[in-house]
Structure formats: structure tokens, C-alpha cells
Design a binder for this molecule. Structure first.
Ligand SMILES: C[S@@+](CC[C@H](N)C(=O)[O-])C[C@H]1O[C@@H](n2cnc3c(N)ncnc32)[C@H](O)[C@@H]1O
Length: 236
């Protein structure tokens, strides 16, 4: 029987029970805009960037002009703080109690709200709807899209948008990509990340009930560097 850690739970595809509890998503990606490895910096300022390169690519305009947003896998909370400072009702969910504790303290003055929860559980149990749901190298990358997308769809207002970014699939490596934490000896802690070609992301979204879906890979600022998968879907 696999155990639960103190951190929270990530559903394992193909197995509803037991769940392996992991809190490694932020640690393993170090999404760090501009190449940061550490997920949380006390002195970081609010900022919004879909890519792993500071100042590169589109900004929050992909969300339209939302009155309310939900970020799934909000990590450092910088993007939510940025939106909250501009008058958006901004809520984030993240399964890491450590990150949620830090972001709640750090961004207290902005009005952004942080909830500690696994995203599928949160979306199943809470019926609020939003103008936009988004993920920046966040929970949309770590969650089975066949389970996540229909739930997101149900939590969007008519015409609402779902936008997410993450690294593009490595050619030939599609579907759930399993990974261990901390090497290959010791307690078995692992998670999954989901990778597909853009056309497959679009199909998964329209099958989940979205009216339109557009997925594309944005080139990195330097030739030969890793680009960014950017996906945007609109609810009917
Ligand atoms: C790469 S980090 C976040 C990046 C974030 N955009 C930022 O700038 O900090 C991914 C985050 O997703 C969270 N996460 C991963 N899977 C999740 C899930 N199933 N439910 C909720 N949060 C999840 C992790 O705890 C982690 O904080």
C-alpha cells in the first residue's frame, strides 16, 4: 500500500486508489521565469508571464478582461497577485500547504486568495464559476486532462476562457510522463506530467465541451531553446 505524505495528494492515472501523495511539482520544474530554480522568493514582485522566459510572449490579455479568475497550481502566486492588484477577483488553488502558507502571507495586501487543495477535488466540490481559469506550468500540466478539462468547463461562465502553458511535448513522448522524486533509491514518490501534440490538446478540449480550442508552440527567444506550449479554449 502506498502511503500518503504530509504534503497533499495527486491522483494517479489509471488508479483511483491508493493515491500517491507528492508535492514535487514545483520542485521538479523550477518553472522560474528567467531561469530561477527556487520556486518562491520573498522579494519577488507580482508579474504575469506564460513562458519560462521573463518578458517573453503574450501577457494576461489572453485571459480577456476577466472580473474573476482561478489559477490551478498557483505556486508562487505572482500571477494572481498581479491580477488582483488590477482589480480582478483572483483565487488560486495549490496542493502544497507550504506554498499556500507563503503566498497567503506574501500577497495578503493584494486581495488574492489562496486555497490548499488538489485541483480535481477543488473543482468537484466547489461550484463557483469564473470568467477565466488558467495554469502557468501548473496543475494543467500535472493532471489527467480527461478528468480536468470537463471540470474546468463546468466552472467557467458562458464565453469564459481556459488558458494554460507548459513545455511542449518531446517528440514521440506523448501521454502521461511518469517521474520519480529524488533519484531512484528510497521511498517511491512520483508524479505525472501530461504531454501531447497541439492538435491532440485541441481535440481533448473540444471533446470536453469547449466551443473552440487553439494550441500552439511559441518559439523560445533564442534559436534551439525550449519553446512554450500555449493553449487557449473558450467555453460555449
Ligand atoms: C511549476 S509550479 C507553479 C508555477 C506557478 N505558475 C508559479 O509561477 O509559481 C506547479 C505548481 O502546481 C501545483 N500542483 C501540481 N499538481 C497539482 C494538483 N493536482 N492540484 C493542485 N496543485 C497542483 C504544485 O504544487 C506547484 O506549486
Amino acid at each position: 500500500m502506498l502511503e500518503l505524505s504530509e504534503a497533499g495528494a495527486v491522483p494517479v492515472p489509471y488508479l483511483d486508489e491508493p493515491r500517491v501523495a507528492v508535492d514535487i511539482a514545483g520542485q521538479v520544474t523550477g518553472v522560474g521565469h528567467g531561469g530561477r530554480r527556487s520556486a518562491f522568493k520573498d522579494d519577488a514582485e507580482p508579474s504575469f508571464c506564460w513562458t519560462q522566459y521573463a518578458g517573453h510572449g503574450p501577457g494576461p490579455e489572453l485571459l480577456g478582461n476577466p472580473r474573476s479568475v482561478l489559477e490551478v497550481g498557483c505556486g508562487t502566486g505572482r500571477a494572481l497577485a498581479y491580477l488582483a492588484q488590477r482589480g480582478v477577483a483572483a483565487r488560486g488553488v495549490d496542493l502544497s500547504p507550504v506554498m499556500v502558507g507563503k503566498t497567503t502571507t506574501r500577497w495578503a495586501g493584494t486581495g488574492a486568495e489562496f486555497v490548499c487543495s488538489e485541483v480535481l477535488e477543488y473543482l468537484s466540490e466547489h461550484e463557483e464559476v469564473y470568467d477565466a481559469v488558467y495554469s502557468v506550468f501548473g496543475a494543467a500540466w500535472f493532471t489527467d486532462p480527461s478528468r480536468l478539462f470537463p471540470l474546468v468547463r463546468r466552472r467557467l461562465e458562458a464565453g469564459g476562457v481556459f488558458v494554460f502553458s507548459q513545455p511542449p511535448a518531446i517528440p514521440g513522448a506523448y501521454g502521461p510522463q511518469g517521474m520519480y522524486k529524488g533519484g531512484f533509491a528510497g521511498k517511491a514518490m512520483f508524479t505525472y506530467r501530461y504531454s501531447y501534440r497541439p492538435a491532440v490538446w485541441e481535440r481533448l478540449l473540444t471533446r470536453a465541451g469547449f466551443a473552440t480550442a487553439d494550441a500552439r508552440v511559441l518559439d523560445a527567444p533564442h534559436p534551439g531553446h525550449i519553446g512554450t506550449l500555449l493553449v487557449r479554449a473558450v467555453a460555449p
